[in-house]
Design a protein around this ligand. Structure first.
Ligand SMILES: Cc1cc2nc3c(=O)[nH]c(=O)nc-3n(C[C@H](O)[C@H](O)[C@H](O)COP(=O)(O)OP(=O)(O)OC[C@H]3O[C@@H](n4cnc5c(N)ncnc54)[C@H](O)[C@@H]3O)c2cc1C
Length: 288
C-alpha cells in the first residue's frame, strides 16, 4: 500500500519544530528515521495530515558527556550509537543492543529517539533505557520537562509524553567503572523483533552482586523493569538458587501476547531464559 497524502514540513531548529507541532492539526506527526512510522503509514494504520521531519535539526544530533551523564540527541541514529567511542567507553550495552536491532539499512536511518518515543513494546531501546535509569528530556510549548524512562511507558503506543512535546535528548547516568552488562535477545531471524529479550546492568563488590537492574523487552504491553528479579541476585555470587529465583520473578511479570513468535507460555519462558543468560554474561564481564 502507499501512504495517504500529507503535507511535509522540515523545520531547521527545535523551537520551530515545537511551534509547528503546536499550530498544526492534532494528527500532525513527527518523523525521525521513519522506520516505524512509514510502515504504519503504508498500512494506513497511521494517516497523518502533516509530517514534521526532524532530520535538519542539528541540535537533536550527537553524543556528549555532561558531568556524570551521557547525553544522546534524539536524532542520533542507531548506526551512530554503534560507532560512538564515547558510548563504547561509558555505556557499552547501548552499542551491544543497537547492533541487535533490525539490519544495517534500518540502523542507518532509525534513531534512538524514534525508538524510545515510539511506544512499541517490541522496540529494544526502551527496556534498556529503563535498566540504565535514563531520563528523557522533552521540549514543548511551555519549555523543557524531564521524565524518567521508568515512568514513560504506559501501554502499547501510550507514553507519558504530552501532545506537542518532542523528545530532544536522552540522559544516562554513566554506569560505574567495572560494571557488567549484557543484552540477550531471542529472535527468529536477523531483522526480527524480539521473541523476548533481557537487559542486565550490575556491579560486583567482593565477589557479590552489589547493584543490579534488569529490563525486559516485548513480553508485555510495555517494556518492563524486573525489580524483584534484580533483588533476587543482589548480595549473591550468582549461585544457581538466586538465578532460579530471578528467572521465576522475571517470568511472573511477563504477560506476552501469543503471536507468530510463539505462544504466551513459550515467550514467558523465554523471558526467563534471556534473564538467566544476560545475568551470567554480565556477571562474567564484571568479574573478568
Ligand atoms: C524491518 C524492520 C525491522 C525492525 N526491527 C527492529 C528491532 O528488532 N528492534 C527495534 O527496536 N526496532 C526495530 N525496528 C524499528 C526501527 O528500530 C525504527 O527505526 C525505530 O523503532 C523508530 O525510530 P525512527 O527514527 O525510525 O522513528 P520514526 O519511525 O520516524 O518514528 C516513530 C514514532 O516516534 C515518533 N517520534 C520520532 N522521533 C521523535 C521525537 N524525537 N520526539 C517525539 N516523538 C518522536 C514519531 O512521531 C513516530 O510516532 C525495525 C524496523 C524495520 C523496518
Amino acid at each position: 500500500m502507499i501512504p495517504g497524502s500529507f503535507e511535509y514540513h522540515r523545520p531547521s531548529n527545535l523551537s520551530e519544530a515545537v511551534a509547528l507541532l503546536g499550530s498544526l492539526d492534532s494528527d500532525a506527526r513527527l518523523i525521525a528515521g521513519g522506520h516505524s512510522l512509514i510502515p504504519m503509514m503504508k498500512l494506513r494504520l497511521a494517516q497523518p495530515s502533516h509530517l514534521i521531519d526532524l532530520a535538519a535539526i542539528a541540535e537533536l544530533k550527537g553524543v556528549s558527556l555532561d558531568g556524570a551523564e551521557v547525553v544522546i540527541g534524539a536524532m542520533t541514529t542507531q548506526h551512530e550509537v554503534i560507532g560512538s567511542d564515547l558510548l563504547a567507553t561509558h555505556a557499552p550495552i547501548l552499542r551491544e543492543t543497537a547492533a541487535l536491532i533490525a539490519d544495517p539499512q534500518v540502523r542507518y536511518m532509525g534513531t534512538i529517539g524514534g525508538n524510545a518515543a515510539n511506544g512499541d513494546p517490541g522496540n529494544d531501546m526502551p527496556a534498556l533505557l529503563m535498566t540504565l535509569d535514563a531520563i528523557y528530556v522533552l521540549r514543548g510549548a511551555s519549555g523543557e520537562r524531564r521524565v524518567a524512562a521508568r515512568d514513560y511507558y504506559l501501554g502499547v503506543y501510550e507514553t507519558a509524553a504530552q501532545p506537542g512535546e518532542i523528545l530532544a535528548s536522552i540522559r544516562i547516568p554513566t554506569p560505574l567503572s567495572g560494571h557488567g552488562y549484557a543484552y540477550e535477545k531471542l529472535k527468529r531471524k536477523i531483522g526480527d523483533y524480539a521473541t523476548a529479550a533481557a537487559a542486565v546492568v550490575l556491579t560486583v563488590a567482593a565477589g557479590k552482586i552489589a547493584t543490579c537492574a534488569i529490563g525486559l523487552t516485548n513480553v508485555a504491553d510495555r517494556p518492563l523493569l524486573a525489580k524483584n528479579a534484580a533483588a533476587a541476585v543482589i548480595g549473591t555470587a550468582l549461585d544457581k538458587a538466586s538465578v532460579a529465583k530471578a528467572v521465576a520473578e522475571a517470568e511472573a511479570i511477563a504477560s506476552p501476547a501469543e503471536d507468530g513468535r510463539g505462544s504466551a507460555e513459550y515467550r514467558t519462558k523465554m523471558a526467563g531464559v534471556m534473564t538467566a543468560r544476560a545475568l551470567a554474561r554480565a556477571f562474567a564481564r564484571a568479574t573478568a
